[in-house]
Design a protein around this ligand. Structure first.
Ligand code: THG
Length: 593
């Protein structure tokens, strides 16, 4: 049976710490443990054998820091990685021969590069990617069964490693990150953001390792289970790390560790092992409790959400998509983009987030520019400054891919249409990068005039998405607002279609609100009226200008009147803030008289 089939059938027991075990075997303080693969392979093999004898069914190669940044310059990374995989394979084979048991799995262990990626640090995404690629290529060639990425703190670095693993091997990919007690990594990534992003990128197993002990990791595992249907790994330390006489010691004994980790299995965890401070004793005790257990059943999750690394937005109530990062009709933005200057883009992002946009649409199309380059640059610049999730908006395939690739989190792809070409090229892109998609109800023939025909196009998009493995909760349907001055007699078709989408196809809905008023005076008033009409029909995600007071006022009032705003708390807070702002303005005006 393949590894993934196995994961569903039996709990996978992994090994424990490697580095500390090697300290007795001549590893110098501060030395990269991966160097021992070359200098003392027998010592590494012995550690693997000890874990295999303790009952581990999957062992991690001694390659956690075997990357081109961490290994001293005179080492050949590829040779070190290949040797490490060879040692683990030899140990697994020997153990299988000795015991007559099935040969254990060998996982290529990949840790963080050891230098922060941009924008927090100096390392470019492509440089990090090349370092991961080098490890993956060597490990896959040497016969690893799994790519095992762990101890990540930066979601973008984890994404980079996952892409390198998937683009340079056909092996299953497991990925875990390290969370501190508050439930965030030291870079601020939340468990929900990790779950949405890594599951979207198609990892086969996602989880938590290091940082804390098995008792402290339990609530984090529960949180992870709330956000993903993906099989889950828990690989905690041997209890909370404590400093005693200048030394790090861990709070658990092998017994207490084993019992606490076994309790995680009841939650529905699929793979368990030990991180810092664990030894073969810990794994042996755990093996007694975990052996031959079937992973506990979990409830399907089914939440509709997108995220940045630090902020998750659930599509539950009205979700406002800010439209201002769009150069059409904006001379200053066009000029800035032509010059490759992202300051205006970042200002627009911060301002829209400030006034309450939940998601920002990012469109950087200006003729005669490299749109892909601008899109990646805009995504990076915005994400360095603001936490809101983004919708990558372009008609250009390369720009969409550049934006999705640069994005840190789970983005929205805006947009696909019902034409075969769009579905065949863009849905695989959304699937690969784990993006939600906005589907426009138009096809080769343009925008259908009737609601009925728009529902048919939406159905086609949903079917095609499902065929690609994109669940319908990640497809948001846009029934297309046409300018009312040109198409006054069919304004209601988009609204009727929106209502039918919700009722018949049960999907989230999108509409561009400002489209309605192109070419007419008093746009804010018309947009506001249209917004309210659409919300009443079940619009979930209006694309609008949140800096226009009529827009956010209408959203706020709508939620209050629809009983979506408990005790009118949001309404009261919103109006109070407005009144205070107004009186400050008044005072200022009077002072300047
Ligand atoms: N559906 C989806 N995506 C979309 C749209 C849609 N993306 C683009 C657009 N429609 C929504 N975004 C905008 C952005 C700006 C304007 C209208 C819609 C707009 N801009 C002013 C103008 O062009 O005159 C300039 C405003 C200013 O200067 O502040 O009207 O329907 N899925």
């Amino acid at each position: 049976m393949d590894i993934l089939g196995m994961l569903g059938e039996r709990v996978l027991l992994m090994d424990g710490a490697m580095g500390t075990m090697l300290q007795g075997a001549g590893l110098q303080p501060g030395e990269n443990p991966a160097l021992l693969n070359m200098r003392n392979p027998q010592a590494v093999r012995d550690v693997h054998l000890a874990y295999l004898q303790a009952g581990a069914g999957l062992i991690l190669t001694n390659t956690f820091g075997a990357n081109g940044h961490k290994l001293p310059g005179d080492n050949d990374v590829s040779a070190v990685v290949r040797r490490a995989v060879g040692i683990a394979r030899e140990a697994a084979a020997q153990h299988a021969t000795d015991t007559g048991e099935k040969e254990a799995l060998v996982a290529l262990n990949i840790g963080p590069i050891g230098e922060l990626l941009e924008p927090s640090g100096m390392l470019g995404f492509d440089q990090a990617y090349a370092l991961f690629q080098e490890q993956v290529v060597a490990g896959a060639a040497a016969g690893a069964d799994v790519i095992y990425i762990e101890t990540m703190s930066d979601l973008l670095e984890a994404k980079c490693a996952v892409l390198a693993a998937k683009e340079h091997s056909n092996l299953p990919v497991f990925c875990t990150m390290s969370f501190e007690q508050g439930g965030r990594t030291f870079m601020g990534v939340s468990i929900a953001a990790m779950a949405l992003t890594l599951h979207g990128l198609g990892v086969d197993c996602v989880g938590l390792n290091c940082s804390v002990g098995p008792e402290e990791i339990a609530p984090m595992v529960q949180e992870l289970i709330r956000w993903t249907d993906c099989p889950i790994i828990a690989k905690p330390n041997a209890g909370m790390p404590l400093i005693e006489n200048g030394q790090t010691v861990f709070a658990s004994t092998p017994e207490s560790f084993a019992h606490a980790v076994a309790a995680l299995l009841e939650l529905g965890v699929s793979a368990v092992g030990g991180c810092c401070g664990t030894t073969p004793d810990y794994i042996r005790k755990l093996s007694k409790l975990a052996q031959n257990k079937k992973p506990s059943k979990r409830e399907p999750v089914g939440v509709s959400a997108v995220c940045s690394a630090t902020k998750v937005v659930r599509i539950k109530q009205v979700t406002v998509i800010g439209e201002r990062i769009n150069p059409s009709g904006k001379k200053d933005l066009q000029k800035a983009l032509l010059a490759g200057d992202m300051d205006v883009v970042v200002d627009e992002a911060m301002e829209q987030a400030e006034v309450g946009a939940d998601v920002l649409d990012v469109n950087v199309f200006v003729p005669d520019t490299n749109e892909a380059l601008l899109m990646a640059g805009a995504v990076r610049a915005i994400q360095a400054a603001a936490r809101v999730p983004l919708a990558i908006d372009s008609a250009n395939y390369a720009a969409l891919e550049a934006g999705l690739r640069a994005y840190n989190g789970k983005p929205i792809l805006n947009s696909v249409t019902g034409s075969d070409e769009s579905l065949n090229t863009l849905l695989p892109l959304a699937k690969k990068y784990g993006a939600a998609v906005i589907g426009l109800t138009m096809d080769e023939q343009g925008v259908p005039r009737t609601a009925e025909a728009r529902v048919r196009v939406a159905q086609k998009i949903l079917n095609a998405a499902q065929e690609q493995g994109i669940p319908s909760r990640d497809v948001y349907i846009d029934c297309l607002t046409l300018p009312s001055c040109a198409e006054q007699e069919i304004v209601s078709e988009a609204l009727v279609a929106t209502e039918r989408m919700k009722r018949e196809l049960e999907v989230n809905t999108v509409l561009g609100i400002s489209n309605i008023s192109y070419g007419l005076p008093g746009r804010a008033k018309l947009n506001q009226a249209y917004l309210l009409m659409a919300l009443e029909r079940g619009l979930d995600m209006p694309i609008l200008d949140p800096t226009v007071p009529e827009m956010m006022d209408a959203v706020c009032c709508f939620c209050q009147l629809k009983n979506m705003d408990e005790d009118s708390a949001d309404y009261v807070a919103w109006m109070k803030a407005k009144l205070e702002e107004a009186s400050e303005e008044e005072v200022k005006n009077q002072l300047s008289l």
